[in-house]
Design a protein around this ligand. Structure first.
Ligand SMILES: Nc1nc2c(ncn2[C@@H]2O[C@H](COP(=O)(O)OP(=O)(O)OP(=O)(O)O)[C@@H](O)[C@H]2O)c(=O)[nH]1
Length: 451
């Protein structure tokens, strides 16, 4: 296994990259056009998309169709689910996750971002549009904060639709200044943020193939492709026990069935036995594939398809975990967690009902206890047992679920110890799991006490 991993390290760096930003910022068009310029989509298919989108009166969406695959997405012109594709730059192999921008689909955006190492934040430079996305309750801020809270540290900001403002340097500088200040405030390091002026529609400054004298007169920096190539390598926890969060399940050919997802920690090879949680089934790994190519083993960071046998396909769900049977994940119905509240309108009190978003899982939860309020920068306790929490506060709370959830503590597994809380369609907090307080549901307790 070690040899295989060393072989892999000698190849190009693998990165999972999510594309985020306000609805209609041009995310799908930008990435579709980049894939086209990089030769990932053949001319015949692109021509077909152009013809078909024109017929529907949506000619400007042709490049977005590369990623927006379902009929409903194409008809509505919005991304709803996470589209996944792959491309290469000189030094990197990128698995691309195109997240929806619309606020109704934030849960899908959280699922996609939880699987990402790095992100591209797309903003619309058009007059009035940048302001809508950034200042007037748009998703630019929420997405940037969510990505940071979910562990993304490196970010490229694509200042898109520069064609609509005649490639004006002053407008670009104004946008990058405002965003730069904000991104630093929410925890991104200056060296890990970069800005690229571009146009997804005309394809300018994606790979440098399309000249634009108006841009070249003042911009001497990188193209989008060059900047993606400069992302720093991310270290993977391959020595930890195996964990994979199931993102999709399908019946392939032959015996068993397949699940796809990102390996969060550890490694796996055909012949391994794995434990499926929460069902508790023991399964055997029959085969592994990455981008439809079969592999002798796969490691943390890989987006992999695992073919398994030994259980009923109906007992595994999106959000189930595959793990090393000798070291399973923790099961919890009550946890202690550190949370940071976002810009919430209402005060949070004991008994507050929230939706708990963790990897691909969403579960109802109740805030059972407000243990303490913390100083945001030092982490010191400012107040014990506060009566309520209001916007931007940091606190330790206890959360309870009806059903056991399989998770990990942040101190043991950074990627598996993070979660988000939502309420009434808004993301209200990001949190870190500190302790598992109870691991049995009320019904389990009922069964054990009566039995
Ligand atoms: N002028 C101009 N229009 C663009 C550019 N990029 C995208 N558009 C247009 O903006 C509209 C929205 O583009 P999409 O790529 O679907 O936007 P999106 O951000 O992926 O949208 P959601 O996924 O629904 O959030 C389409 O009409 C595009 O043609 C650009 O660089 N310049």
């Amino acid at each position: 296994m070690k040899e295989e991993y060393d072989k892999r390290l000698a190849e190009k760096d693998q990165l999972n990259m999510v594309v985020i930003g306000h609805v209609d910022a041009g995310k799908s068009t930008l990435m579709g056009h980049l894939l086209y310029q990089l030769g990932e989509i053949n001319q015949r298919i692109m021509h077909k998309y152009e013809q078909e989108s024109k017929k529907l009166g949506k000619g400007s969406f042709a490049f977005a169709w590369v990623l927006d695959e379902t009929e409903e997405e194409r008809a509505r012109g919005v991304t709803m689910d996470i589209a996944q594709s792959r491309f290469e730059t000189p030094k990197k192999v990128i698995t691309l996750l195109d997240a929806p921008g619309h606020k109704d689909f934030i849960p899908n955006m959280i699922t996609g971002t939880a699987q990402a190492d790095v992100a591209i934040l797309v903003v619309n430079a058009t007059k009035g549009e940048f302001e809508t996305g950034f200042e007037l309750g748009g998703q630019t801020r929420e997405h940037a904060i969510l990505a940071r809270s979910l562990g993304v540290t490196q970010l490229i900001v694509a200042v898109n639709k520069m064609d609509t403002i005649d490639w004006l340097e002053t407008r670009y500088n104004d946008i990058t200044k405002k965003l730069g200040q904000f991104l630093k405030q929410v925890g991104y390091k200056e060296n890990d943020i970069s800005f690229i002026p571009c146009s997804g529609l005309s394809g300018v400054n994606l790979t440098g193939r399309i000249p634009e004298p108006k841009l070249e007169s003042w911009y001497k920096g990188s193209t989008l492709e060059e900047q993606i190539d400069k992302f720093k390598v991310v270290t993977r926890s391959i020595d930890k026990p195996f964990r994979l969060c199931v993102g999709d399940i399908f019946k392939g050919m032959g015996s068993g069935f397949s699940v796809t997802g990102r390996i969060v920690t550890g490694s796996v090879q055909p012949g391994d036995r794995l434990l499926v949680l929460p069902s508790g089934d023991s399964v055997a790994v029959k085969g592994l594939a990455i981008n439809d190519v079969s592999y002798p083993c796969a490691f943390a960071g890989d987006h992999v398809t695992v073919t398994i046998t030994g259980m009923d396909m109906n007992n595994i769900h999106v959000g189930s975990m595959l793990c090393d049977p000798t070291s399973p994940l923790k099961s919890a119905t009550r946890i202690k967690a550190k949370i940071v509240l976002f810009n919430v309108e209402i005060p949070i009190t004991k008994g507050f009902m929230v939706v708990f978003h963790y990897q691909s899982i969403t579960e109802p939860a109740v805030i059972k206890r407000l243990n303490s309020q913390l100083n945001k920068s030092t982490g010191e306790v400012i107040k014990n047992k506060p009566k309520c929490l209001v916007k931007n506060m940091s606190a330790v709370v206890e959360l309870e679920f009806d059903r056991p959830i399989c998770l990990e503590l942040y101190k043991d597994y950074k990627d598996l110890g993070r979660f988000m809380l939502r309420y009434s369609g808004h993301t209200i907090a990001a949190g870190l799991v500190e302790e598992v307080l109870k691991s049995k549901s009320k019904t389990d307790e009922g069964v054990s006490s009566s039995g």
